[in-house]
Design a protein around this ligand. Sequence first.
Ligand SMILES: N[C@@H](CCC(=O)N[C@@H](CS)C(=O)NCC(=O)O)C(=O)O
Length: 223
Amino acid sequence: MLTLYIGNRNYSSWSLRAWLLMRQAGIDFEDRMVRFSDPEFAATIARLGAPPRVPVLVDDGFVIWDSMAITEYLAERFPQAGIWPAEKRWRARARSICAEMHAGFPALRQALPMNIEAHLPQVGASLSAGAARDVERLVAMWGELRGAHAGTGRFLFGSFSAADACYAPVVSRFATYGVGVPAPIRDYMEAVLDLAAMREWCDAARGEHDFLLDEEPYRQAPD
Ligand SMILES: N[C@@H](CCC(=O)N[C@@H](CS)C(=O)NCC(=O)O)C(=O)O
């Protein structure tokens, strides 16, 4: 039995990555949400033997943490699921861009935290120089990959892969903050946002109403 521990769907970008990947791969699992505001958050995860972060995957009692380690474990556990692109060099490229996301884009992450239920286009209209550089890099990366896989599908490597799961929270951020992008990138964003699993996650996120001030640099707590 596979159990994925996740945080608030509205805010937890790393949880979304693992959850969306598993759903898209058709893996049977249950999710268990631990709210960030739960005073037992750290203790719940610590009891698993993992550092106090989500996502955490438990496979029949064996614990794997960190979204990239979870991705690689799932790719080995479900080799037929097409988690990484089939071709060796594209597989390497997909790993490169996931590593780039995992370790990078600090300005974008700080300026545009994932917040699915918010709509703050004024933020996207006046980005800092650092965040704008990150957006430029993402638009170039996505455009180049989409161009190289034109005609084979709407995702970065044609078919949906771990790379799309990794960038799904960025797509969501661009939507929340109304980041202006060229038409082919809008098409890519639509492909991700239209996935049934993505819609399921976003609907649940919008239903949470669990306003966390620490995650809301642009809004006041509701009365
Ligand atoms: N490198 C980790 C990052 C995980 C992470 O930072 N998760 C955030 C939520 S998106 C978290 O658990 N934060 C809890 C906290 O900071 O207390 C991964 O890829 O899974």
